[in-house]
Design a protein around this ligand. Structure first.
Ligand code: TZP
Ligand code: MG
Length: 213
């Protein structure tokens, strides 16, 4: 499998990018220290998704930053992405794993403690604990894990875990101190004026180190 580093995981949403191109946001975010990128675009045609995927692949592959596709196994295969991220109502993990093969990264969102526990019996490469805090970016969330829920979920999980939902500079350190291997963010990077600086500051907060430029 492609090796991966969940520490600062950017999840995209063009709607929050304030008119700037996705390539700009992603490029800046990577310069600031993002370690992984998930292309998550809900409001686009298959063709658009494919073309965005190809663009992201061309941008990220030379930098050795894994590109993960949200939901769409067909797009993940078509663009030869590094992996796929599925939710509880997407393609069953067994099917995704069979079609993707062992070499690709497979991530799964868990929205309850029970789902976190069930994921221990699944051949996935990481879980996304979702959501930790309240967020305006995703509206169909079930319950909030909060920091205590996050601690419980990370300690019962045998998989690496990334936390998502409402994570920002103010709470990022607490999130990693609660056992998460990384933070996944949308708005804290994609909707701010300076995505590179935002990524740098988040990275510093969670890793206490500055990325090379
Ligand atoms: N899944 C759970 S919360 C969320 C997703 C995709 C959105 C997180 O967005 P933000 O802006 O980082 O709170
Ligand atoms: Mg999904």
């Amino acid at each position: 499998m492609t090796s991966f580093d969940l520490s600062l995981y950017l999840v995209t949403d063009r709607e929050l990018s304030k008119g700037r191109s996705l390539s700009y946001i992603v490029e800046e975010a990577v310069k600031g220290g993002v370690t992984m990128v998930q292309l998550r675009e809900k409001d686009c045609t298959t063709r658009e998704f494919y073309e965005l995927g190809m663009r992201m692949k061309a941008l990220l592959s030379p930098l050795s930053i894994p590109l993960i596709i949200n939901d769409r196994l067909d797009i993940a295969l078509a663009v030869d992405a590094d992996g796929l991220h599925i939710g509880q109502s997407d393609m069953p993990w067994q099917v995704a794993r069979r079609i993707l093969g062992k070499d690709k990264i497979l991530g799964l969102s868990v929205e309850t403690m029970q789902q976190a526990e069930e994921a221990n019996r699944m051949d996935v490469d990481y879980i996304g604990i979702s959501p930790v805090f309240a967020t305006l970016t995703k509206t169909d969330t079930l319950q909030l894990f909060g920091l205590n829920g996050l601690k419980e979920a990370t300690s019962l999980s045998r998989h690496p875990a990334v936390a998502i939902g409402g994570i920002n500079l103010q709470n990022a350190a607490q999130v990693v101190n609660s056992g998460a291997d990384g933070i996944a963010v949308v708005s804290a990077i994609a909707s701010v004026d300076n995505p590179r600086q935002a990524a740098r500051e988040l990275k510093l907060t969670i890793k206490k180190e500055v990325p090379n430029e």
